[in-house]
Design a protein around this ligand. Structure first.
Ligand SMILES: [Zn+2]
Length: 344
C-alpha cells in the first residue's frame, strides 16, 4: 500500500495488498485508551490475489448484528485457493469490529453507526477513522464493492440485493447486472432517505460497481439466507470474471433475474405513533395497498385503552417488519417496496 496522501492518518495495514497469494492480517488504528495507551483497534482484512483481473472488495460487519455476510467472507478467507482466482479479492468481514464483538448495530466505543459516517474523518472518533480508511485507502484499490448486510436486531427483511439510486445510467447498468447475478429473489433500489454517508453511496461516487444485500435479520442467522449469501457471492465473483464458472459450477440459475423494486421513502415506511406493542397484520412478501390497515399498537399496561391502528401509505410488497414487538413513537414498524419507476 502506498503512503497515505492524508498525512494526518495514523492507521496502517499489516499486509501488503499488492502481493500475490493469500494473506490475512489487520488494519491497525492507534487507539489510546485508559488501559492501553499505545494500543490499537484491529480491523481484520484478507487479500487473495492471482494474476491480472478486477479487484473486488467484500465488506461484512458494517453493522455488528448482521451475520450472514461476515460468516461467508470468513469462509472465503480460509477456504479459497488463490490459484482459482483471476484478479484480487479484498475481504473485510468485521469492519466495525467493536460493534461486531458486541453484537450491536452501532459501536459501543463512540456510539456511531459506521454506515452514517462515510467518507469518514482521519482525525475523528474510532468509527470515523474506520470509514476514512475504507473510503480513502481501500476503495481506491477496487473495481467493485459488495457490502453484505442483513436487517440487524430491529428489522426482518426479504432476502434481496440492494443498489443505490443514481443518475448515472452506465453505473446503474453495472450495479444492476452484478446485483442480479447474486440471484436473490428481489433487487431493491434503496436511498436511505437520500443520505450519502453510507459505504455503498461512497463506493458509487468513487465509480466502483456496487451491490449491497439485505439477508433477513432479527439479529439471527437463517440457514437459507446464509446459503444464498455464500452462493450469491460466488455468482457475483463469476460475473466479474474473478472466479471461473466451470470450476465452481455455480452459474446464475436460469431466469434468476430478480424483480426490481424501490423504497419510495418516506411513504414506504409505517412509523409507530404511540407507545406499546406492535401487532403486524401481514407477513413479509404480502401485497399491500395504501390505506389498508397494517397493524395495531397495544398499550398493554393500560387495559382500558383501545389499540391504535396503523395504515400503509403506499402500494407494493411488504419488504420488512420491525423485529422487536415493543415500539415507541417514530419506530419503523413496516417497510413497503414498490416496483422501480426510474430514472432508467
Ligand atoms: Zn446493515
Amino acid at each position: 500500500m502506498t503512503a497515505s496522501p492524508n498525512s494526518r492518518r495514523t492507521a496502517f495495514c499489516t499486509i501488503d495488498l499488492d502481493k500475490p497469494g493469500k494473506q490475512i492480517g489487520w488494519i491497525m488504528l492507534p487507539h489510546s485508551t485508559h488501559d492501553d495507551a499505545w494500543g490499537v483497534t484491529r480491523i481484520p482484512i484478507a487479500v487473495i490475489s492471482n494474476g491480472k483481473g478486477p479487484t473486488v472488495i467484500l465488506e461484512g460487519g458494517n453493522h455488528g448484528d448482521e451475520y450472514e455476510g461476515p460468516i461467508a467472507i470468513c469462509d472465503l478467507a480460509r477456504e479459497l485457493d488463490p490459484g482459482t482466482v483471476q484478479g484480487r479479492l479484498i475481504l473485510m468481514p468485521a469492519n466495525n469490529v467493536h460493534a461486531v464483538v458486541a453484537g450491536t448495530r452501532t459501536s459501543p466505543v463512540d456510539g456511531l453507526n459506521l454506515n452514517r459516517t462515510f467518507p469518514g474523518d482521519a482525525l475523528g472518533s474510532i468509527t470515523q477513522q474506520i470509514s476514512d480508511f475504507v473510503a480513502n485507502e481501500i476503495f481506491p484499490c477496487g473495481n467493485a464493492f459488495l457490502d453484505l448486510h442483513s436487517g440487524g436486531s430491529s428489522l426482518d427483511l426479504l432476502p434481496s440485493t440492494v443498489i443505490e439510486p443514481t443518475a448515472d445510467s452506465e453505473l446503474h447498468r453495472r450495479n444492476l447486472g452484478a446485483a442480479q447475478a447474486f440471484g436473490a429473489p428481489f433487487t431493491v433500489v434503496i436511498g436511505n432517505y437520500g443520505d450519502m454517508r453510507t459505504a455503498t453511496a461512497t463506493a458509487c461516487a468513487a465509480g466502483l460497481t456496487t451491490v449491497g444485500t439485505e439477508l433477513g435479520g432479527g439479529g439471527s442467522v437463517r440457514r437459507e439466507n446464509l446459503e444464498l449469501c455464500r452462493s450469491g457471492i460466488r455468482r457475483v465473483l463469476i460475473h466479474f470474471g474473478l472466479l471461473a464458472d466451470d470450476e465452481n459450477g455455480l452459474q446464475p440459475p436460469p431466469g434468476s433475474a430478480s424483480s426490481l423494486l424501490e423504497i419510495p421513502a418516506p411513504r414506504a415506511f409505517v412509523y409507530a405513533t404511540t407507545d406499546g406493542i406492535f401487532e403486524p397484520y401481514h407477513p413479509n412478501g404480502q401485497i399491500v395497498h395504501a390505506g389498508d390497515a397494517a397493524g395495531r399498537i397495544h398499550p398493554i399496561w393500560e387495559p382500558a385503552q383501545e389499540p391504535v391502528t396503523l395504515y400503509y401509505r403506499s402500494d407494493g410488497i411488504l419488504y420488512g417488519r420491525r423485529h422487536p414487538g415493543r415500539v415507541r413513537p417514530g419506530n419503523c414498524c413496516l417497510v413497503v417496496a414498490s416496483p422501480y419507476t426510474g430514472p432508467f
